[in-house]
Design a protein around this ligand. Structure first.
Ligand code: RB5
Length: 147
């Protein structure tokens, strides 16, 4: 898969670990930064990853900030994005199966690197279940259209 990854300054070290992990699984990774620990603004990275995923420039996205919350809120402002913050592997699996999340997010100040890798793996290994879940996703996108 082609996976785009973005983060803020709180998550740079973990981001590099996840990039290496994704590559070790055979994925192509597009890293849009930040690559330093200099303070920056997470909305910029959330939006960029969101736009790339919706445009089809990547199959899915990974976002990391201190909590995973701010950067996912930003990404979710891009129409078509379904970014989900996960701190456990069961949620990571279910956000693909039920919500067809196209971006997974987590917090570098919340999860350790081993759990973060397991979260990403659980998400990537899962498959969207479709059916009634697609109906609900369609309803979410109706909300977007209403503005
Ligand atoms: C940065 O200090 C922090 O606010 C950010 O990484 C994130 O946790 C916001 O949701």
């Amino acid at each position: 898969m082609k996976i785009v990854i973005g983060n803020d300054h709180a998550a740079t070290a973990l981001k590099f670990e996840i990039v290496d992990y994704l590559k070790s699984l055979g994925h192509e990774v597009i890293n849009i930064g930040t690559d330093t620990t200099e303070s920056c603004n997470y909305p910029e990275y959330g939006e960029k990853v969101g736009r790339m995923v919706v445009a089809g420039e990547a199959d899915c996205g990974v976002l990391i900030c201190g909590t995973g919350v701010g950067i996912s809120i930003a990404a979710n402002k891009v129409p078509g994005v379904r970014a989900a913050v996960c701190s456990d592997t069961a949620t990571a699996r279910l956000v693909k199966e039920h919500n067809n999340a196209n971006i997974i997010a987590f917090g570098a100040r919340i999860v350790g690197s081993e759990l973060a890798k397991d979260i990403v793996k659980a998400y990537l290994d899962a498959e969207f279940a479709g059916g009634r879940h697609q109906t609900r996703i369609d309803l979410i996108h109706e909300i977007e259209k209403r503005g």
